[in-house]
Ligand binder design. Structure first.
Ligand code: 5GP
Ligand code: MG
Length: 197
């Protein structure tokens, strides 16, 4: 059953078809996730490697629910360089800058889809010989077509195979600022020709 559609304001109302995860569900689950992660790393220092830009808002909320001694490092990975519309395979746009050898590394990303981004990240982190590497994603997309997809150690929500925006996730660089995880209306995806975008 769809969640009730909030009123966002006149510029956004009508662009959102339905809400996948509400701001209230996000707050609850991220509190739990923070406690799960803190229990896992209790007594150790953790180095968080977060994938920009999609994980930005999740990261900001998650780290404040994790009472741990932690470092933050940011990286950028893109599968869609320039105006590519099909995945060219994930590549680093901003490499990991931290020295990870001997550290407990937690990779934080917005969404696990094919898993190729997470595979690249884990391989790159492992090459630095960390003490441990684990992964955390806000969303894990249902992909019944992929039998051998890599999994994440910490998962916020399982979602259906729909294109999610909001709470950090974008469509064409837009909609990251929506407070809920949403699916866009078709006319937000295909604006009418000659429209003002
Ligand atoms: P993967 O490498 O697992 O196929 O894809 C992971 C990356 O693709 C994510 O970090 C995210 O940037 C992007 N992505 C995959 N699915 C979605 C989606 O439903 N919405 C948005 N906004 N980005 C997605
Ligand atoms: Mg990404």
């Amino acid at each position: 059953m769809d969640l009730p559609l909030p009123r966002y304001g006149p510029d956004i109302d009508g662009l959102v078809d339905h809400v996948l995860v509400s701001r209230y569900q996000l707050a609850d689950r991220i509190g739990q996730l923070g406690r799960e992660i803190a229990a896992c790393y209790a007594g150790s220092e953790v180095t968080i490697v977060a994938v920009m830009t999609g994980s930005l808002i999740f990261l900001a909320d998650l780290v404040r629910q994790m009472p741990l001694v932690a470092r933050l490092d940011l990286t950028t990975v893109s599968s869609y360089p320039g105006d590519a519309t099909t995945s060219q395979g994930p590549k680093f746009l901003l490499p990991i800058s931290a020295d990870l050898s001997g550290r407990h590394v937690l990779i934080v990303d917005d969404i696990l889809d094919s898993g190729r981004t997470m595979e690249l990240l884990i391989g790159t982190v492992n090459a630095q010989r960390p003490a441990s590497v684990r992964s955390c994603v806000l969303l894990r997309k249902r992909r019944d077509d992929l039998s051998d997809r890599i999994d994440a150690d910490f998962v916020g929500f399982d979602i259906e195979n729909e294109f999610a925006v909001g709470y950090g996730l974008d469509f064409n660089h837009l909609y990251r600022n929506l407070p809920d995880v949403c699916v866009l209306s078709q006319h937000a995806i295909d604006p009418p020709a000659g429209g003002d975008a």
